[in-house]
Design a protein around this ligand. Structure first.
Ligand code: YZS
Length: 259
């Protein structure tokens, strides 16, 4: 089944997440198909890409497929997992990737959205960052995606509380570029993409690449990185991590013991 539908028209590639039964949660197959679509658009020299869910979706993306997260021991967000590859591909894609967002965005879905270059949403949008709720030590590259878009205190509130950031707030804190009505969001997004396409693709590509390098974060001493990884390992090997994932699958509130 096509979990992703892609088409290229007038140099604009569109990737539509199409697994609405599971609220476009990021399972391996959906990620692989998205990666393939991006490769095809890159080969075809697309000048902009729109990443969206089906029109009118209540959930844009429900985040990682929790059933595919390792129960304990392995890093759930390691550098080589397909999801991290997808994020790096979006960030390094040689043309702007525009997220057209309707509905809720959860966990890894927020990371995917924030990895895009421009975000356009309707008033049904909300962003909920869930790792603390599931007992997951989010990774440093992912946190950096948030820090380079939003103010630090907002990032902290979003991750510590795991509460939804509604559309108006998302606009105010800089997650969304534009908040547009449901009726206008398609036209608005494709007009913006067309405007980009009329400009020099080489200039746009190089500006995007420079901005990526300039905002990639500060050099970190090797020891600090090792320390971060060691503390993350302690969390994903903990009883609380197992409890977070198990509670989600059993559809109950987790009972964290801090161990
Ligand atoms: O029962 P069926 O088979 O119909 O499947 C249900 C859900 O189990 C499934 N589904 C998911 N399956 C795996 N992983 C998911 N993340 C996921 N989300 C949903 O989709 C079917 C429809 O879902 P319902 O719950 O029945 O729909 P509804 O009552 O409308 O509720 C919608 C929400 C979005 C509120 C609900 O599905 C939900 O809470 N989903 C989980 C959202 C979430 O916590 N996502 C973050 C996952 N974690 C991560 O991305 C990272 C690891 S982290 O947390 O570190 O950022």
């Amino acid at each position: 089944m096509a979990l992703v539908v892609s088409k290229l028209e007038k140099s604009i590639g569109t990737i539509t997440l199409n697994h609405h039964e599971k609220l476009n949660c990021l399972n391996r197959e959906l990620i692989t198909q998205t990666i393939q679509a991006l490769h095809e658009f890159e080969r075809a020299k697309a000048k902009a890409v729109v990443l969206r869910a089906m029109p009118g979706a209540k959930v844009w993306c429900a985040g990682h497929d929790v059933n595919e997260l390792p129960l304990a021991g392995d890093d759930p967000l390691g550098y080589t997992i397909p999801f991290e590859q997808l994020l790096r591909q979006v960030i390094a894609f040689p043309a702007p990737v525009i997220a057209l967002i309707e509905g809720g965005v959860w966990g890894g879905g927020c990371d995917l959205a924030l990895s895009c270059d421009i975000l356009i949403g309707t008033n049904t949008v909300s962003f909920t960052m869930t790792p603390a709720k599931l007992g997951i030590p989010y990774n440093a590259s992912g946190l950096n995606h948030f820090i380079r878009v939003m103010g630090l205190h907002k990032v902290k509130e979003m991750l510590f509380t795991a509460q939804p950031v509604p559309a108006e707030d998302a606009l105010r804190v800089g997650i969304l570029n534009h908040l547009v009505s449901r009726d206008e969001v398609d036209t608005f997004t494709y007009e913006l993409a067309s405007r980009i396409c009329r400009n020099s693709p080489l200039a746009v590509q190089v500006i995007k690449a420079q901005l990526r390098f300039l905002t990639q974060g500060h050099l970190m001493p090797v020891e600090a990185f090792e320390e971060i990884e060691a503390t993350r390992r302690r969390v994903y090997q903990s009883a609380d991590y197992r409890e977070g994932i198990t509670a989600f699958k059993e559809k109950r509130a987790p009972e964290f013991k801090g161990q």
